[in-house]
Design a protein around this ligand. Structure first.
Ligand SMILES: C[S@@+](CC[C@H](N)C(=O)[O-])C[C@H]1O[C@@H](n2cnc3c(N)ncnc32)[C@H](O)[C@@H]1O
Length: 266
């Protein structure tokens, strides 16, 4: 059964900057044997409000509806032997085909997939949506991955019991980037990872917490110095914690700022 979990987008939903002036919504279709896991956390907070407002839409397809026999079997023993069960190619293909043909990427949640990056999230969020297949058991028959052109996506180097939580992660990362979802407009290009940097540390009141003061520069009112401090902190944290990230050349503005720095400056 295909279950739409949101109302059709109202007029004035997500606007794409296309020549025809066409209005489009980010459409998510999730194929799962546990449709009740959706929208889950995505029905709350900003994502939930955006769902209700039609900024994005969600439908689930219950893979069991395409299962075989009275038990609606969706899995079978692995060819070549071994433990566990494998999701059947024929069942999955029918479930995928029931979603219809369109130009959305078809993702398969998979620990052996390409690790999800903020760059890929930005690309997905800028597109028409995604069809997401959630694996269970030992995984899915390789032939359906090839036959339906599935893009394997991993959310990290660990193994979950199913793809549903991974699908929620992918969708959450995309939805927060959709126009109008975040209260205050954020530039996707300025967040962690987008520029190959982790974010700088944040502080807020009280001025002193358990003997630890907010760094003076942040309360100096000098915006250029604050920007330079944040940049250099972001670079330091990235070097220390994620040397694998491709850090761009230091920002010329912050470099200029440092070279202009007098010994008496804080
Ligand atoms: C128990 S796992 C299968 C693990 C598989 N036998 C292996 O060793 O790679 C069942 C399903 O959970 C999902 N899954 C598990 N870990 C994941 C991860 N790190 N990223 C994305 N999906 C994951 C996939 O859909 C997978 O088919």
């Amino acid at each position: 059964m295909v279950t739409p979990l949101s109302n059709p987008p109202p007029q004035g939903g997500r606007e794409r900057g296309c020549a025809s002036g066409e209005t489009m919504t980010f459409r998510a279709t999730v194929l799962t044997i546990f449709p009740d896991m959706f929208p889950g956390a995505l029905g709350m907070s900003l994502a939930g409000k955006a769902l209700a407002a039609g900024v994005w839409s969600l439908e689930t397809i219950d893979i069991r509806d395409f299962g075989i026999g009275i038990h609606r079997q969706v899995d079978d023993t692995p060819a070549g032997g071994g433990p566990g069960m494998v999701m059947k190619a024929d069942v999955l293909a029918r479930a995928i085909d029931s979603a219809g043909a369109d130009d959305r990427p078809r993702l398969l949640m998979s620990p052996r997939g390409r690790p999800l990056t903020q760059q890929r999230v930005i690309e997905l969020a800028g597109g028409p949506g995604a069809l997401i297949l959630c694996g269970r058991f030992e995984g899915v028959d390789e032939r359906v991955i090839e036959a339906r052109g599935l893009e394997e996506v991993s959310i990290g180097d660990y193994v979950l019991s199913g793809g549903e939580i991974a699908a929620l992660v992918v969708l959450d990362a995309c939805i927060r980037l959709l126009p109008g979802v975040m209260g205050k407009a954020v530039s996707a290009q300025e967040e962690s990872f987008a520029q190959g940097l982790l974010e700088y540390p944040h502080y807020t009141r009280p001025q002193v917490f358990e003997g630890r003061a907010i760094p003076e520069i942040l309360t100096s009112g000098d915006h250029a110095k604050v920007a330079a401090w944040r940049r250099s902190e972001a670079e330091r944290l990235t070097r220390e914690r994620r040397p694998d990230l491709k850090t761009p050349e230091p920002d010329p503005a912050s470099r200029e700022n440092r070279s202009r720095k007098r010994p008496s400056d804080g």
